[in-house]
Design a protein around this ligand. Structure first.
Ligand code: UDP
Length: 250
């Protein structure tokens, strides 16, 4: 006989512990960009757009580094949060969190890109959060890969690439321990109440690009770490299927 607690969802939105929030992509949301998508992941929505600059940073020119570069910028729009988030420009400085996230996005894209094959150009990835409900950095990474693929396809159609510089997919997902339970893909309320908070970025071969994890006034065991990684790994596999669908035939 099943216990009644088996049938009552314990997550506020009714998800299983290992279940992602619903996801969809709206590609070409920013027509002037070389590639763009709006990733909607539960109530988190991020516009990811790639623009191409046919030059490379000065340090690459002076050090005669062959190939191109990719750089990312991340920001939360003022109305993306419950309380208005002041624009960085009005404070005349980029906040530390945004800086950390945009570096993570840049590293994640560089992990799946052969910069030599990109040629002597810079790709700018802009991730602008329209609505924040947890997991904006992982949504930025997962969406940026789709926008990046679209931009590289455009460069390919224009005859600007000799070879495809993309090595494979990359996606990111959050995990955490909330009320002692390991959960995949935390929303804001879960994130706020998490004892352990984790972000995982993986490539298509299931290799780690980045693993961020911290106990929030709490600690975690090695076995919990493995449990969270297993949840994250299966989440990433599912995310890559969503990316494939978003990129099929467009
Ligand atoms: N958040 C917010 N204002 C901020 C920073 C974060 O409202 O200035 C919320 C937002 O919903 C975000 C969540 O807190 O998604 C978790 O933030 P975190 O820094 O863990 O990054 P994220 O989970 O978005 O990658």
């Amino acid at each position: 006989m099943s216990d009644v607690s088996d049938t009552i969802p314990f997550r506020a939105d009714g998800r299983r512990a290992d279940q992602l929030r619903p996801m969809r992509f709206q590609n070409h949301i920013a027509p002037h960009a070389a590639g763009s998508t709006l990733i909607e992941w539960g109530n988190t929505r991020v516009i990811c757009a790639v623009t191409v600059d046919e030059s490379v940073p000065k340090w690459m020119q002076s050090q005669k580094v062959v190939g191109g570069w990719i750089s990312a910028e991340y920001s939360m729009l003022p109305y993306s949060t419950l309380d208005r988030k002041q624009r960085d420009i009005s404070k005349l400085k980029l906040d530390g969190r945004s800086q950390e996230i945009q570096r993570l996005i840049g590293r994640s894209m560089r992990a799946v890109l052969d910069l030599e094959k990109l040629g002597s150009r810079t790709l700018w990835i802009d991730c602008d959060v329209l609505q924040a409900d947890g997991g904006t950095r992982t949504a930025s990474i997962t969406g940026a890969y789709v926008a990046l693929t679209l931009a590289l396809r455009k460069l390919g159609y224009e005859g600007k690439l000799k070879e495809n510089p993309l090595l494979g997919p990359v996606a990111g997902v959050s995990m955490g321990i909330v009320n002692g339970q390991a959960l995949l893909d935390l929303n804001y309320v879960e994130d706020k109440n998490a004892q352990v908070d984790m972000n995982l970025v993986m490539n298509g071969a299931g290799e780690f690009v980045e693993l961020q994890s911290a106990g929030e006034e709490s600690t975690f065991t090695e076995s919990q770490l493995h449990q969270l990684i297993a949840l994250g790994r299966s989440g990433i596999q599912e995310l890559m299927k969503h990316q494939q669908v978003a990129l099929a035939g467009v």
